[in-house]
Design a protein around this ligand. Structure first.
Ligand code: NAD
Length: 279
């Protein structure tokens, strides 16, 4: 029997319902500010979608757009001002930034209590200690999707392919927190197919279309495809969906899997940040 599809749109809609229910209990509207520097077309779309979703759910969503030639110091002082603004609960800076600006300095400048992307070193540290924190949105979405299958994670073998700070590493930390036995595979891993074949849970975050083939997948594994690639003019994930589906028990499609989760988890993080900071 082919794998069941994990419907990211449906799970994201459920998360959005939770956000609406939480918001209904708050006497204020949490504020999310999405900062963009320059006019990278993809960033423009991402930031607009984030601000739009915030408004749709009843948060106070604002887009702050600065010139591509902005100086690093000026961006840092804008961030500090947002840190001080009591109506701002969540700050995110869309990456990539223009080359004159060091993204590390910018991330370090965000108040960890408002760091709804979960990229600040304090939040990354807390995540790896298994302590409560603002968790990066795409990895948090991956965990919700795995959770939606009802399959127990504890004790399972998991392979995360990709070790980026944004996806691979935090996904691995979250799986470990749920007591999976986790292996992180990357571009220098020897016998990657052999390692992935042992995994009950596979998370692919590589950025190479159809990298994960059916031969790499253990029968009845759960396969989560984070990749977003263009192939023959269409969106494609990192997983060879049609063939892997014949082997796996659960699989996410691209589009319609991990993608819709990222913004939903960002909204959830903003509400969480507001509740924690404002008490
Ligand atoms: P990245 O380029 O920062 O990291 C890719 C990782 O893949 C690296 O750690 C690298 O070691 C590994 N890798 C590269 N080639 C490999 C190979 N041949 N064998 C094994 N490992 C290899 O990418 P990222 O930011 O982690 O994103 C990964 C993919 O996920 C991209 O397609 C990106 O567009 C997508 N993405 C999707 C969402 C979403 O919301 N759905 C969010 C973030 C990223």
């Amino acid at each position: 029997m082919p794998a069941q599809i994990i419907d990211g749109k449906a799970v994201a809609a459920a998360v959005e319902q939770e956000v609406r229910a939480d918001l209904a209990k708050l006497p204020y509207k949490p504020g999310l500010v999405a900062v963009r520097v320059g006019n990278d077309p993809a960033s423009e779309v991402y930031v607009r979608n984030k601000a739009r979703k915030a408004k749709e759910l009843g948060l106070h969503g604002t887009e702050l757009v600065f010139d591509a030639l902005m100086r690093e110091d000026d961006l840092l002082s804008e961030i500090r001002q947002l840190n001080r603004d009591n109506n701002v609960d969540g700050i995110l800076v869309q990456l990539p930034l223009p080359k004159q600006i060091d993204p590390k300095k910018v991330i370090d400048a965000i108040d960890p209590a408002k760091d709804v992307d979960g990229f600040h070193p304090i939040n990354v540290g807390l995540l790896h200690l298994g302590r409560p924190t603002l968790v990066p949105c795409t990895p948090a979405g991956v965990m919700r999707l795995i959770g939606s299958t009802g399959v127990e994670i504890a004790g399972k073998r998991a392979a995360v392919i990709g070790r980026s700070d944004i996806v691979g590493k935090p996904v691995a930390a979250l799986l470990l927190r749920e007591n999976a036995t986790v292996t992180i595979c990357h571009s220098r891993t020897r016998d990657l197919p052999g390692i992935v074949r042992e995994a009950d849970i596979v998370v692919a975050a590589i950025g190479k279309p159809r990298f994960v083939t059916a031969e790499m997948i253990k029968r009845d594994a759960i396969v989560i495809d984070v990749g977003i690639n263009r192939l023959d003019g269409k969106l494609a994930g990192d997983v060879d969906f049609d063939r892997v589906r014949e082997v796996a028990s659960w699989i996410t499609p691209v589009p319609g899997g991990v993608g819709p989760m990222t913004i939903a988890m960002l909204m959830k993080n903003t509400v969480t940040a507001a509740q924690k900071r404002r008490g």
